[in-house]
Ligand binder design. Structure first.
Ligand code: CO
Length: 273
């Protein structure tokens, strides 16, 4: 079990890092998960000004608040409550992600998904999924699942054609309710508690409270159950890549040479095709 840790990122954003560099390769194909939640704009307004990415995908999911973004492909917009942005940096993208001042709570997540060697230099791809395009199913009383990627009850999420065949679910359970979800054999699976407390894992094996994560490296059906109160968690899985990871800041490649090339190209202004 991992507990998220306060971290400073971007131009001075206070956030909670759930896992990252220090955990490689345990979460393969996932590299990092950040949980940003604050009701104090000073914690997030500095944002993430223009920066490059190469070799990975970044997935931003907002629960509340708004993030304004723009990128070198010419995309520009706002990620609002319930919206998802799935960005495949591939061979190179330069973007900025700037939280807007909102009243009340800002809460969202960013997940980094690694790309295999054969796809690291793919053409960048950007997908924006407004909340209205993310299906929600109620497989039984007291269970609500938003499907960003993957499938529940025959309903598929909008994110498809991602190399590691990810599943990304936002699961809400009422008090005392349980939920079972099959995981693909060999896939890395983790559950991250967003609100409340409950148990998750093969046989509901781990107890989680908000801000805690459980990792299941061996797939198998995942059983989750809420305690006396409601329980909300992210359930994410993907196919491990089993490749070497060379990681510096926002760029993740297979070798140090590829990393050096990327930073040199960024300095020289030839980073994006
Ligand atoms: Co970024």
């Amino acid at each position: 079990m991992l507990t998220s840790k306060p971290t400073m990122e971007g131009a001075g954003v206070r956030l909670e890092r759930v896992f990252g560099h220090a955990e490689v390769p345990r979460f393969d194909p996932f590299l990092l998960l950040d949980d940003f939640g604050s009701d104090n704009p000073d914690d997030y307004l500095a944002g993430f000004p223009w920066h490059p990415h190469r070799g990975i995908e970044t997935v931003t999911y907002m629960l509340s608040g708004e993030v304004e973004h723009g990128d070198s492909l010419g995309n520009q917009g706002v990620i609002g409550p319930g919206d998802v942005q799935w960005m495949s940096a591939g061979g190179g993208i330069i973007h900025q992600e700037m939280p807007r001042h909102v009243q009340g709570l800002m809460r969202g997540f960013q997940l980094w998904v690694n790309l295999p060697a054969a796809s690291k230099m793919m053409k960048p791809r950007y997908r924006e999924m407004p909340a209205s395009t993310i299906p929600e199913v109620r497989p039984k009383d007291g269970v609500r699942v938003k499907i960003i990627a993957g499938e529940v009850d025959g309903v598929r999420g909008p994110v498809q054609d991602v190399v590691v065949n990810p599943s990304y679910l936002d699961v809400s359970l009422g008090p005392g309710v349980d939920f079972e979800h099959p995981a693909l054999p060999g896939h890395t699976v983790f559950a991250y508690a967003v609100e409340g407390e409950g148990r998750v894992g093969p046989g509901s094996s781990q107890e989680l409270a908000a801000g805690q994560l459980a990792l299941f490296a061996d797939g198998g059906p995942i059983l989750a159950s809420a305690g006396d109160g409601a329980f909300r968690f992210l359930l994410v899985s993907g196919r491990p890549l089993g490749e070497p990871v060379a990681w510096n800041g926002p760029i993740v490649m297979n070798t140090r040479e590829e990393l050096a090339d990327a930073f040199r190209e960024y300095q020289e202004g030839t980073f994006i095709a």
